[in-house]
Write a protein that binds this ligand. Structure first.
Ligand code: PMP
Length: 416
């Protein structure tokens, strides 16, 4: 199993020292040891990218270009695709929103993370579905309405004469519930209606292969810091045509091929068009390294920990899991829950102080969804209770141990 850097032990008020249990991996994951070593090896040679003639610049340019190739290979890009390095998933989705042809209609679900909810201008928002099948049916119905006929042969992305292109924007794995969305089926529906699909793979990529061809996606977005690769890089990967036709995301050096005396600009096509400014070399190398090593990882241990936690949670009558789909729906290492009557922020602080556990409390940048799930979960456990203003989330991955999970369960059991 791959190893990650550990923050070590923390001292508890009772005098004991325990290993810090980082159960907030879904927010930002710890650094893979391999990533840290790769970055450390490169640091002495750190220099400019695409801008210098010296040995350092040449090496750094090679490393940056190689990082792009590695990511392209791991996410399964084809010849007509680009990999653009961005700051994170939010940046990647905003870049795509910026690059949409005029008149594009975006269809999404209101269960999305804000990064996939807010960048789109006047999207068609479908209500959060109660099952993967319902998601597929709702998308099919919405696209049938939007195209006027479900099976009209519209060339993907080209748009009908009367209407602009369509883009479906969905998450692959929810950051609140960890549930997997039926992305390949949604992609099939989208393509049948002539729409393209972008997948928010921020929470899938750390836990399972996120490949364009397997997902059936036209674009995917991910974040390095959630894939055990700090240093501030993300990726938008996918079809080149809209990206090459759009105005540069940022205007400046690197994106411009030539600026003439009258200041007329000829812009690059390709990823450089949207990567103006000095690139984040270490971020790109870290992200590519993480993509490469995670591609060979099996996530059985993490799945076992999620199952262990969920079974234990289900046995606590005062705690209720948040979920959109059936309890048996497949998921990644994320479990959110509520303890009606307890203040979530206070509880989170206590878990940290008394038990050396880091969880997340809040609405997880998915406010509409989390509020709805809090109301549903509270009603299941105590119909008379008011939903808590925020939820709690534990997330698992590389570096999580069974002892961390058991410590959290024991702490929650102690609240009864
Ligand atoms: N989508 C999902 C599903 C996420 O969980 C997150 C991060 N919480 C994002 C998008 C945004 O990622 P970032 O903050 O790295 O841009």
């Amino acid at each position: 199993m791959l190893s990650v850097l550990s923050p070590g032990e923390v001292k508890l008020p009772d005098g004991r020292s325990v290993e810090f249990a980082n159960l907030d991996i879904a927010a930002t994951a710890p650094c893979l040891t391999t990533v840290a070593e790769t970055v450390a090896d490169l640091l002495p040679f750190y220099g400019s990218v695409h801008r210098g003639a010296g040995a350092l610049a040449q090496r750094c340019t090679r490393e940056y270009d190689q990082a792009r190739e590695t990511v392209a290979e791991v996410v399964g890009c084809g010849p007509g695709d680009h990999v653009v390095f961005t700051r994170n998933t939010t940046d990647a989705l905003n870049l795509l929103a910026h690059a949409l042809p005029l008149g594009t209609t975006v269809v999404t679900f209101d269960a999305e993370h804000h990064a996939n909810l807010l960048p789109w201008r006047r999207p068609v928002r479908l209500p959060a579905p109660s099952s993967p099948d319902a998601a597929v049916a709702a998308l099919d119905a919405a696209l049938t309405r939007l195209t006027g006929a479900g099976t009209t042969a519209r060339r993907a992305g080209a748009g009908a004469a009367s209407r602009g292109p369509l883009l479906v924007a969905v998450t692959a794995a929810g950051n609140v519930t960890g549930e997997l969305w039926p992305v390949a089926r949604l992609a099939e529906v989208a393509h049948r209606h002539g729409a393209r699909i972008v997948v928010d793979a921020a929470q899938l990529a750390p836990h399972a292969p996120a490949r364009l061809p397997d997902l059936g996606a036209d674009y995917l977005a991910l974040s390095g810091h959630k894939m055990y690769a700090p240093f501030g890089a993300g990726v938008l990967a996918g079809r080149a045509d809209w990206l090459d036709a759009a105005a540069p995301y940022l205007a400046g050096g690197g994106a411009s091929a030539e600026v003439r005396a009258d200041f007329a600009v000829r812009w690059h096509t390709g990823p450089a068009r949207h990567e103006a400014g000095t690139p984040n070399l270490l971020g790109a190398v870290a992200l590519a390294t993480a993509c490469r090593v995670l591609a060979g990882e099996d996530h059985a241990a993490e799945q076992a920990l999620v199952a262990r936690f969920r079974v234990a949670l289900a046995a606590l009558p005062h705690v209720e899991e948040l979920r959109l789909f059936d309890a048996a729906a497949p998921r990644v290492g994320i479990v959110s829950f509520t303890v009606p009557g307890a203040d979530p922020d206070d509880l989170g602080a206590q878990l940290g102080r008394r038990h050396g556990i880091g969880v997340r409390t809040g609405l997880f940048c998915a406010h509409p969804l989390t509020r709805r799930l809090l109301a549903d979960a509270t009603a299941r456990i105590d119909p008379a209770a008011a939903p808590a203003p925020a939820a709690m989330r534990a997330s698992f991955g590389l570096g999580t141990r069974a002892e961390h999970v058991d410590r959290l369960v024991a702490a929650l059991a102690g609240l009864a």
